[in-house]
Design a protein around this ligand. Sequence first.
Ligand code: SF4
Length: 443
Amino acid sequence: MNDLEFRQQALDTKSASFCAAKWYNATIWLGSGMTTSCHHPPAHRIDLEELKINPKAIHNTVEKKIDRLNMQLGNRPKGCEYCWKIEDMGRDAVSDRVYKSRIYPLEALDEAYRQPHQEDVNLRTLEIAFDRTCQFACSYCNPAFSSTWVRDIQRNGPYERLVSDGRNHFTHTHDSAQLYRFGETNPYSEAFFKWWETDLHQTLQELRITGGEPLMSGETWKLIDWFKDNPGRSKTRLAINSNLGKEVDVDRLLEATKDISIDLYTSMESVGQQAEYIRDGLDYSAWVMNIIRLIQSKQLRGLHVMCTINALCLDTLPDLLTVFMRWKQEYGSDFPNFTLNILRFPSFQSALVLPDNIRTRYKNNLEQWLEQWTTSSLMHEHERNHVQRLIDYLDVVKTPHSETFEMPKLHSDFKNFYKQYDQRRNKNFVKTFPHLSDWFNHL
Ligand code: SF4
């Protein structure tokens, strides 16, 4: 069954909006006590009072239960706009509700659909963040997820003159993202470890640790040690997100996971200087060296690169995709796997703020790239589909994921933001992105 057939036969036969991620998947930020079903819907707060009597409430929040009911009835939860926008392109586009549902057995999908929406569900896949410690401060990230971003705001004050929906990302230090100081008891962490010890380690298929940069968090190493010290006790696959910056201790990771098979997820969406501009703190060559070191260790179950598609990465995205294909040729089709995830917020950094002629040029470049590689047996179906859906997205969807703000405001924010970013981070937009310089200068 291909992806589209799966959508038609396994999901749409239940309801036009059914997505198993709402039941079986979660991202949970223990530092802020927030959760969401996947990384697209906005996060919401976990009820601390309920958590005291039921650790499963860390995932089974009232908001998710209402969304589950809506999905059973075929209504579209508003937070899942990312998927509806893709599906409304009307080209049999495959949205993430397919990818995020087809990783579970068909019986589990039936069970979720039939189960009364008020009941608690055991997670099958979980992404968890312990804290926001991170040595990077990427342009599309913000202080809620990076301690280096916090320092930028503390040192230089809020970004000024931003008016669109993304402005609040950059105006304060997001103290609510770190409710408890290091060493203080965090009830969300306590609930997680309690649930982990009692049932989660038996039922969870995959546990993915994210951040910040999780390899800079002591809790991550504690969890890796749990796997080391409890061999055979859990079948949960362990996965770790890492920016693989030069500060990350890859040798320590390889030593600590010698007897545990892990999946490694990392992010990148362009190459060289442009990548270093977007992902402030990155040394692109060090990232490449770390990737090669990890692949050659043969210790990983899989290596996955997540590309966050924003306005600045499209210049060299095809070059990066070619790098991936060369690695696949050398190391096999899973080294790496890649996904293209379209950035929605902040809207002013979306690829859709680019003028038609530039966006069309990038679309054509991607089409040429796909034509060259599409018959390669090393490319997975989901990878081919992700490239195709980005081509369609650049072609069809003309409005960024924003409800009320029009293009002039997004353009004004784009210029204001990157001018301040250049000053604060000692960067140069015009020099780094010569193909965008005319447009940028005239904004
Ligand atoms: S955004 Fe899409 S993939 Fe995520 S929970 Fe909603 S429908 Fe599922």
